[in-house]
Design a protein around this ligand. Structure first.
Ligand code: FES
Length: 169
């Protein structure tokens, strides 16, 4: 009789252990990803310093070429892709320049040789003009040169980083 009672108790305990174990496992399985999502962005390094491949160096000409590329940007816990564009060319010394197309006046997009002058960048919004190196031409609305991308060359490939101001003309 007491043996049977012991068996019933141990069956109930077994059931309790099993249900507790399964419940605990399911709870951990649900909570672990949430904790991971909450902590992950805090642990990740800032990706704004990344360099992105844009083109091969031997394709760079003295005539500016417009190239687009994507960067991954992190805004808190939100990750997205953002499109960037650069005007890429070599100056008369053979140095590489990669310029942001964002007009430094009010942020319109500049184009190459679409104004009345050859060999200039032109902003159609307020007739902003920049010389062939992207330096603003005095007397037109922009007050500073087009920003320049940081770049690296590795194995004949051009990688761009962030675009920085170059100082006023
Ligand atoms: S936004 Fe380019 S000249 Fe005004």
């Amino acid at each position: 009789m007491s043996e049977k009672k012991n068996n019933q108790v141990s069956r109930r305990q077994f059931l309790n252990y099993t249900l507790t174990g399964v419940g605990g496992f399911m709870g951990a399985a649900m909570i672990a990803p949430m904790v991971g999502m909450a902590v992950d962005p805090l642990l990740k390094a800032d990706s704004s310093g990344d360099f992105i491949y844009v083109m091969d160096v031997d394709e760079i000409t003295e005539e500016p070429q417009r190239k687009s590329f994507s960067i991954e940007q992190q805004d808190g816990w939100y990750e997205s892709e953002a499109e960037r564009t650069a005007w890429i060319f070599r100056d008369e010394n053979g140095d590489i320049l990669a310029l942001s197309p964002i007009c430094t006046h009010l942020g319109c997009v500049v184009d190459w040789e679409t104004g009345n002058q050859d060999n200039e960048f032109f902003c159609p919004c307020h007739n902003g003009r920049y010389d062939s190196k992207g330096v603003n031409i005095p007397g037109t609305p922009p007050t500073e040169p087009l920003h320049a991308y940081e770049y690296r060359v590795e194995d004949g490939r051009l990688y761009l980083g962030r675009a920085n101001p170059r100082g006023g003309a």
